[in-house]
Write a protein that binds this ligand. Structure first.
Ligand SMILES: *[C@@H]1O[C@H](CO)[C@@H](O)[C@H](O)[C@H]1NC(C)=O
Length: 428
């Protein structure tokens, strides 16, 4: 089986709705999976079985050249050169799926050289123009249907849920937000609005070209996204409501990485519902909001100080060991998680499999109609305590088909507005 390291954004399950005209299903291809080995290697052609479910396919990621501010390939050998030619390989999938919109995505945290260029570009009209002109040209040259801005904005500072033993979220709330990460917040907000406006202007005579915005995890949209100013200019907003907790951001404490609602004693702004609500209450139509679902889990190492019940937030000792295929510390792809859950031929000396803990609440059932059915849905986790030598302890928060289905159900509820906490009584 090939690994899908992909994010599938669902505005609505196309199949579950009678009218599919406004439903967007964004699928994402990480070009870095092209260079992985054996089962983890995934070529554009391997996307084929998924594509009939996708309205959009995002190719990640292009970047920005630091001095010129041009939009460029981050790996020309892979993307452009004739041997691999991934740009053309991906856009030529449209021959088989003519309805598919293929976009070139920029940023996405894949562009690590001089990351401050993302802020600097927003401060300069000249830089924005260079970016836009080169971007539109590159997209057209390789047959992309437009550009997705997965802008590398500064991130919300990570916070511990428990600042000291037993003192929970309410105890540290006061200190939240005292140190600004970005001293030019409003300038960058205005710069991003200008970038979207100018890019849309450049695409205006190219009616088939689309423009999308991807909000990367832990980017504070309240600060950087002027919703009323940009929402009519973009085809969608892809809300990255995952990775709220990661072993990189939160080394000593593990928690649900992508809850739908706020678990008790957590920051009420760090969950899918809060992120979606911000866009909705700022005037974004639900048809333009896409909710991302991560197909990987985040892992931490448990040690002798970790609470044995495994319940998050839980004390940890840094990122978990790399998995056999994707070979990345602190991250397991969904197939790698599955491989650790079942162990049919448990051999002597092998580590026991992980214990999976699903949501304590009722399981997701089709036909749920009110938010209370989803209120306690935070995600799935699995863990194994360390052995007597302190080895082998692991805790992983991940999305499985049930929780992905719950997110789709949430999206459907929001979209159909059978339920709406912010717009009063429901009519009809
Ligand atoms: C985002 O910014 C707003 C406005 O500054 C602030 O009130 C809020 O706490 C921030 N959200 C997070 C998750 O830090």
């Amino acid at each position: 089986m090939k690994l899908f390291i992909a994010l599938v954004g669902l505005l609505a399950l196309a199949k579950a709705l009678p009218a599919v005209t406004h439903s967007k299903v964004l699928c994402y291809y990480d070009s870095r999976s092209y260079v992985r080995e054996s089962q983890a290697r995934m070529l554009p052609l391997d996307l084929d079985p998924a594509l009939s479910f996708c309205t959009h396919l995002l190719y990640g990621y292009a970047g920005i050249q630091p001095d010129t501010y041009k939009l460029v390939s981050l790996n020309e050998n892979l993307d452009i050169d004739r041997t691999h030619d991934n740009y053309r390989a991906i856009t030529s999938l449209k021959a088989k799926y003519p309805g598919l919109t293929v976009l070139l995505s920029v940023g996405g945290d894949a562009d690590t050289e001089e990351p401050e260029k993302y802020n600097l570009l927003l401060e300069s009209q000249q830089a924005r123009t260079a970016f836009i002109n080169s971007g539109v040209l590159l997209a057209e040259q390789y047959g992309f249907d437009g550009i997705d801005l997965a802008w590398q904005f500064p991130r919300v500072k990570p916070k511990k849920i428990r600042s000291t033993w037993g003192s929970l979220w309410h105890g540290i709330k006061k200190t939240f937000g005292t140190t600004p990460v970005d001293e030019k917040e409003s300038e960058h907000r205005e710069g991003f609005t200008a970038l979207v406006r100018e890019l849309k202007q450049a695409l205006i005579h190219k009616p088939k070209m689309q423009l999308g915005v991807t909000v990367l995890p832990n980017v504070n949209s309240t600060i950087y996204h002027d919703v009323p100013a940009i929402i009519n200019l973009v085809d969608y907003v892809n809300v990255g409501a995952y990775d709220y907790y990661t072993p990189t951001r939160n080394n000593k404490e593990a928690d649900y990485t992508a809850p739908i609602y706020t678990p008790q004693n957590r920051n009420p702004l760090q969950n899918a519902d809060a992120a979606v609500t911000y866009w909705l209450t700022s005037g974004a139509p639900s048809q333009k909001i896409v909710l991302s679902i991560a197909t990987f889990g985040r892992t931490w190492k448990l040690d002798a100080d970790s609470e044995i019940a495994g319940v998050p937030p839980i004390h940890t000792d840094g990122p978990g060991e790399a998995g056999p295929y994707v070979k990345t510390e602190g991250l397991l792809s969904y197939p790698e998680v599955c491989g650790k859950l079942i162990n049919p031929n448990q051999q002597k000396g092998m580590r026991p499999h992980l214990r999976k803990v699903t949501d304590p609440s009722k399981r997701f059932e089709l036909g749920l109609t009110k938010d209370t059915d989803l209120t306690y849905i935070f995600g799935t986790y699995a863990f194994r305590l360390p052995d007597d030598n302190g080895e082998g302890g692991i805790w992983v928060s991940y999305e499985d088909p049930d929780t992905a289905g719950q997110k789709a159900a949430y999206v459907k509820l929001v979209k159909e507005s059978r339920w709406c906490r912010y717009c009063g009584p429901i009519i009809g």
